[in-house]
Ligand binder design. Structure first.
Ligand code: GLN
Length: 491
């Protein structure tokens, strides 16, 4: 059993094709591990019966030699993706009992390619958060333990906390996540795994519960860079049902992993050296730079002058879009309804009980910055600054092929540690938000451990639709870093 769980996605794919293992035994091994580690609270819903039916069908195809690209590989799905006939909560009380009548494009492509669904993963409510402590279904715990923190339960990062913890604890071979301002990359860094946010428009948003529509993007969380490349090929592609989905084929990202970065120009932005950055993050970054240089890349100092405005810009645009997107949860059409004396009273009671504190904060901020008197001062200004941030990247990419930065300004903290200070929580996204605002592809690769023995990742950012270069550079960084530590609380 332990052996089966130790295979990464690429190795499991090959073992299945060679007939060395069956999807049913692999799936059963994961279902067993999920039950044994249910304390981590990674899954909101498990779908063992469905998983076994899908695995048996995959085994039949494999036996006939007609293997699909992801045939028989057991995956976990963030509970923001609509799954037909299966509870989809977005981590919120307001979606109580919501079983969609349709399947999101991204998940339908995973099933088209033969993958097996293990269940739906816990997450911050409506993907708002950096620690997975904002879920109606309770916090997710990371399988990692700090060397000096006694037995403190650590956050996996957020909002794709269930997705990251599950990969790290081996409760899924790989998972889907979504990233609006860092929610794939930051939990990837906290949990010592790979998290890839593709270019905005690379994956269809159709059937993904909307948070901030101009920023939301789906992507994979995996054990290796190769696994992320394999997953993304199935997740990506044009979808006429999403007008912002790019009309481009999904390339063979795995083929980009040549292991060769000789001559590649890697930018190092001086503005990411922020005040109060822990010395160990600075040191990790310096080590990553050395690794890329040793592999033959050319290191170029660059400037992204508007970086310091990214966080405030994001925290105007994201809540503005969220307040509009979340207006649909009114207790009338689906989900929770709390009866009231009048229609207005029913709306107020449903939304009052159905949304958690962070979601309410965002709806209030969003409604405020979009209100007639403040629209120009906040929302419009934020849009202008967003354009400047994007321009910084356009200029930098005139002289470099990819950009290397830390993923997050710290290692994982304890559950409950930053709960009373939203601004401190928002600072987790300081390195991930700029590339989100610019729509660029970016990946977090585990590179080392903090002094407390917790994982730390570095981020590589690429040009629009140039995931291939991001994967190629990330593969080299991954090999050079050789990160192979396993969490104490995993399988
Ligand atoms: N932590 C950020 C937020 O709370 C990003 C979330 C995300 O990427 N979904 O908005």
């Amino acid at each position: 059993m332990t052996d089966l769980l130790s295979l990464d996605l690429a190795a499991a794919r090959d073992a299945l094709r060679d007939g060395k293992i069956s999807s049913l035994e692999l799936t059963d091994a994961y279902l067993g591990a999920m039950e044994a580690a249910s304390d981590l609270n990674c899954y909101i819903t498990t779908t063992p019966d469905k998983a076994r039916v899908m695995a048996a069908a995959a085994d039949q195809r494999l036996a006939q030699g007609d293997a699909l690209p992801l045939d028989g590989l057991p995956l976990g799905i963030k509970d923001l993706f609509c799954t037909e006939g299966i509870l989809t909560t977005a981590g919120s009380h307001i979606l109580d009992g919501f079983a969609p009548t349709y399947e999101s494009t991204v998940t339908s492509q995973l099933w088209r390619d033969g993958a097996v669904m293990l269940g739906k993963l816990n997450m911050d409510e409506f993907a708002m958060g950096s620690a997975n402590v904002n879920s109606y279904y309770g916090p997710v715990e990371s399988p990692w333990k700090s060397r000096d923190g006694g037995n403190a339960r650590l956050v996996p990062g957020g909002s794709s906390g269930g997705s990251a913890s599950a990969v790290s604890a081996r409760l899924a071979l790989a998972t889907t996540g979504t990233d609006t301002g860092g929610s794939i990359r930051q939990p990837g860094s906290f949990c010592g795994i790979v998290g890839m946010k593709p270019t905005y428009g690379r994956c269809s948003r159709w059937g993904i519960v909307a948070f901030s529509s101009s920023l939301d993007q789906a992507g994979p969380l995996t054990r290796t860079v190769r696994d992320a490349a394999i997953m993304l090929r199935s997740m990506a592609g044009h979808d006429p049902k999403d007008s912002t989905s790019a009309n481009l084929p999904a390339p063979d990202f795995e083929a980009a992993l040549t292991g060769d970065v000789r001559g590649m120009r890697i930018g190092v932005p001086k503005e990411y050296r922020i005040d109060g950055m822990p010395a160990e993050i600075e040191a990790l970054w310096a080590r990553g730079i050395e690794m890329m240089r040793d592999a033959g890349a050319e290191i170029v100092d660059i400037s992204l002058p508007h970086t310091k405005y990214a966080l405030p810009t994001y925290y105007i645009i994201a809540p503005a879009e969220a307040s509009s997107n979340l207006a649909r949860y009114d207790g009338v059409r689906y989900g929770l309804r709390v009866e009231g004396e009048t229609l207005d009273d029913m709306y107020a009671k449903t939304r009052g009980e159905g949304f958690g504190a962070e979601v309410k904060r965002r709806v209030l901020i969003g409604a405020y910055v979009l209100s007639a008197g403040y629209y120009d001062a906040y929302y419009l200004k934020a849009q202008r600054v967003r354009a400047l941030i994007k321009r910084d990247f356009d200029e930098a990419f005139g002289s470099v092929d990819a950009i290397l930065t830390p993923t997050a300004p710290s290692d994982a903290f304890a559950i409950g540690e930053n709960d009373d200070d939203p601004i401190k929580m928002y600072l987790n996204d300081v390195f991930t938000v700029p590339s989100s605002l610019a729509g660029l592809p970016a990946i977090s690769v585990p590179v080392g451990l903090s002094g407390r023995g917790l994982p730390l990742g570095l981020q590589l950012i690429g040009k629009l639709f140039d995931e291939a270069t991001v994967f190629r550079a990330a593969g080299v960084l991954e090999t050079a870093a050789g990160f192979s530590v396993r969490p104490a609380g995993g399988q």
